[in-house]
Design a protein around this ligand. Structure first.
Ligand code: 2AM
Ligand code: CA
Ligand code: CA
Ligand code: CA
Length: 266
């Protein structure tokens, strides 16, 4: 039997230590490389942070498996056993340009079931954490169960990419949601947008493309508080692939699907 209290204790210690290393790195020169396109950035700090975490995990928990954005284990065949799903810096563009609004995200799953989620907003020093069944916290403050909000009063996380010409969705489909919701936001860090839903700062977040390390931790938090997390076609998420993504307060999830995405004709 896994000792989840022990795993949680180490994970919290390591994520904080990784954050301190990132803060120290602000005074050194960044080496910025591009990946799939000219705006898809990675730095030596993304890679160094992931390596730091992987070394710690393999040292203390050699039987645990690891899935991470930048490292040697970018894909897994299955989710058997205990799997740590890591994004060393979520919001690399914010990290590079703004030195704020990025986070370290760690989701720990057992046979595909989310057990522990940690999202650390390094600069704000806000650690969002959940142990499935024991509530969600921001530092020491317990977060409240999510209540429904109507679209007209909802703040929706949505990147402008999806309402301009793109290869995944007709940009006119999401236009009514942009007009009818109270407002849209795009923070540039998917895991922080999920932490914000958990904290009640935002009501929904949707995107046409997200990877498991972006949402592995946040999904556990939003669900623990009664929210819904699916693809944009209301399917369960597959933690082994990149998919569309939709997290929201419970009633709002249905309302947005019914009113704005009903036909799935996109
Ligand atoms: P990253 O900073 O770890 O790359 C920005 O809108 C959000 O989308 C961030 O969480 C970012 O994660 C993620 N993201 C950026 N580029 C992406 C890409 N090419 N594919 C999938 N997700 C991406
Ligand atoms: Ca990236
Ligand atoms: Ca990411
Ligand atoms: Ca990243």
């Amino acid at each position: 039997m896994a000792n989840w209290l022990e795993i949680d204790k180490y994970a919290k210690e390591w994520i904080k230590e990784a954050g301190e290393r990132i803060i120290k790195s602000f005074s050194s020169e960044l080496i910025i490389q591009t990946k799939s396109n000219k705006n898809d950035l990675v730095t030596q700090i993304d890679k160094g942070t992931e390596e730091f975490l992987i070394n710690k995990i393999s040292e203390v928990f050699p039987s645990h498996r690891i899935l991470g954005e930048e490292g040697i284990s970018k894909s897994l065949e299955d989710l058997k056993g205990i799997v740590w799903i890591i994004d060393p810096i979520d919001g690399t563009m914010n990290f590079v340009h703004m030195q704020r609004d990025f986070a370290i995200s760690i989701g720990i799953y057992e046979n595909g079931i989310g057990k522990i989620g940690l999202i650390y907003d390094v600069v704000a020093d806000e650690l969002y954490h959940v142990q499935k069944g024991n509530g969600v916290f921001m530092n020491d403050i317990e977060l409240l169960p999510l209540k429904n909000t109507a679209v007209e009063e909802a703040i929706v996380g949505l990147n402008a990419t999806w309402v301009t010409k793109n290869k995944r969705i007709d940009p006119t489909i999401l236009e009514p949601l942009v007009k009818e919701s109270r407002g849209t936001r795009s923070f540039g860090s998917a895991c922080l947008e999920l932490a914000y839903i958990a904290a009640g700062r935002m009501d929904a977040y949707l995107t046409l493309r997200l990877s498991p390390w972006d949402y592995a931790a946040g999904k556990i938090m939003v669900e623990e508080l009664g929210g819904k997390v699916t693809t944009l076609r209301n399917e369960p998420l597959d933690l082994l692939t990149q998919q569309s993504f939709f997290a929201s307060k419970p009633g709002l999830h249905d309302e947005i699907l019914q009113k704005y995405l009903k036909d799935g004709n996109w």
